[in-house]
Design a protein around this ligand. Structure first.
Ligand code: 4AD
Ligand code: MG
Length: 465
């Protein structure tokens, strides 16, 4: 007996010549029987496509083969030969089929289509479906492309902490990290308040909402850096675009202004779209067929055209004149809601649009104050179907102005001494942004719910698995 190491189904299907003896392993998608054969569609997740296995009735365990059901795992040895059937180049004529793990009729992924809601309840099995295996292969590919994009451009990857003491966005949407037991009287002060001096880190700590502040420290040393990691928001938004745990990519560049920042965000988004188009053709075709018929045309349009750029004041004027009935009213000084963002990119410009120079009151403390004294150098990139996908700004590099911004945001500059040091010692104009990785995946795949582009979603009221 030769000991064969298994070939992935992807490699088998891309073979350039027949192979006399090979081995594959995977899970049964379907089985059908004719008089002298069983045909098994086997999938191992290496590609969207299945490999057809031909099992002849001369196999010693043919009766067991005829009982194989969807979901069972197999090791198959045999010969890779040109396929007689349509739509596939190769098939495998088995000379040995080993049942590794059986599955019975209670296996929930049957051939008929399932709703995304049902599949979310079986998030541990849904990567075995065509749609989800495709989403997660694209996710993996784009994670790689993120690193490639920045590494090709001389950015240094920085691992910013997940446990932090600061609220970067100042929105108070923090998950607390503590080892204190609130029921234990020893965790409290004489006044009955939680005594953080007794906590693990001897101070209040949280899961990070953004790696930006720490990335700024590294940009003011290594010039061009980026982070790519999980971020957490205890934001009680039950929408199709908000997750409590999501992954964010945050570049930060020294000696870079708002214009350079907007240029980079646009180049980055286009790069990721083009990468998926080039490297995941089967998956993209599936999304275009079954998720969103206009997806591929829209993405090609996005790659090939410059994005629109308008100021917040111009955006508000357009929205007020639109004649559209919005659920939330809009006026100068109000936050743009997702319906406003979508109207701008979907209806009005019909392409991605970067909105910049927002009123200082509705943006975080770290954004650079413009000469008008009223607006800050914020920028949000809005895309059709989703709304905001990128948020960023030029940072306030002037010590006094930054301290004043902090006070206006009810923050005590004394709590941010290390951050202010960056302005005390060799300060420089610098800029950066955050791209929500799941929102980018929604944009690229057309999948309309954020819960379906992350392996195990965490949302308000739900942290299953
Ligand atoms: O606009 P945000 O809050 O910006 C920041 O966190 C900055 N510190 C980034 C920076 O300048 N370095 O978030 C950035 C992006 C959003 O545009 C959105 O794509 C995504 O992160 N995002 C979320 N994605 C999923 N679920 C949520 N709850 C999200 N909140 C933000
Ligand atoms: Mg934002």
């Amino acid at each position: 007996m030769t000991d064969l190491s298994p070939t992935s189904i992807r490699d088998a299907l891309q073979s350039t010549a027949p192979i006399d003896s090979t081995q594959v392993q995977g899970w049964v998608r379907t089985r059908r029987d004719s008089k002298d054969f069983s045909f098994i569609e086997l999938n191992d997740g290496s590609s969207l496509r299945n490999l057809q296995i031909i099992a002849k009735n001369t196999l010693p365990n043919y009766s067991a083969v005829q009982r194989l059901s969807t979901g069972a795992s197999l090791t198959v040895n045999g010969a890779l030969v040109p396929s007689q059937g349509k739509g596939q180049k190769w098939e495998l004529v088995a000379d040995k089929i080993e049942l590794v793990g059986a599955a019975d009729d209670s296996y929930p992924l049957q051939k008929k289509g399932h709703t995304p809601e049902f599949l979310r309840e079986i998030a541990h099995l849904r990567p075995r479906s065509n749609l989800f295996s495709s989403v997660f292969r694209v996710r993996s590919r784009l994670a790689f492309a993120v690193h490639q994009f920045f590494q090709e451009r001389g950015f240094v990857y920085v691992h910013t902490p997940i446990i932090t003491g600061s609220d970067c966005e100042g929105a108070g949407e923090l998950f607390r990290v503590t080892t204190l037991d609130p029921a234990d009287a020893g965790s409290r002060t004489a006044k009955g308040e939680i005594d953080y001096a007794k906590d693990f880190f001897a101070r209040p700590t949280y899961l990070t909402v953004s790696g930006q502040l720490e990335a700024e420290a590294f940009a003011l040393a290594l010039s061009k850096v980026y982070t790519f990691g999980p971020t957490f928001r205890a934001e009680n938004s039950n929408t199709s675009r908000h997750a409590s745990e999501f992954w964010m990519i945050e570049p930060e560049m020294a000696f870079c202004d708002l214009k350079g920042n907007m240029d980079l965000a646009e180049e980055f988004v286009k790069y990721l779209v083009a990468d998926a188009r080039e490297h995941c053709p089967d998956e993209m075709e599936l999304f275009g067929k079954f998720v969103d018929k206009e997806l591929l045309a829209r993405l090609d349009f996005v790659i090939n055209r410059p994005f629109q750029r308008i100021t917040y004041a111009e955006a508000v004027e357009l929205l007020k004149k639109s004649g559209e009935k919005f659920e939330f009213s809009i006026d100068y000084g109000f936050n743009l809601q997702s319906e406003h963002e979508r109207w701008l990119s979907e209806k009005h410009f019909q392409c991605p649009v970067t909105v910049f120079n927002y009123p200082k009151e509705i943006k975080p403390f770290y954004m650079r104050l413009n000469d008008d004294g009223k607006t800050v150098t914020a920028m949000d990139l809005l895309v059709p179907g989703i709304g905001e996908i990128v948020g960023g700004s030029q940072r306030e590099e002037r010590l006094q102005v930054l301290e004043e911004n902090m006070r206006q945001h009810n923050m005590d500059p004394a709590d941010y001494k290390w951050y202010l040091d960056l302005r005390r010692y060799g300060t420089a104009p610098h800029s950066g942004f955050g791209l929500g990785f799941e929102r980018m995946l929604m944009f690229v795949t057309g999948v309309p719910n954020i819960r379906d582009v992350i392996p195990f979603a965490r949302t308000p009221g739900s942290a299953e698995f």
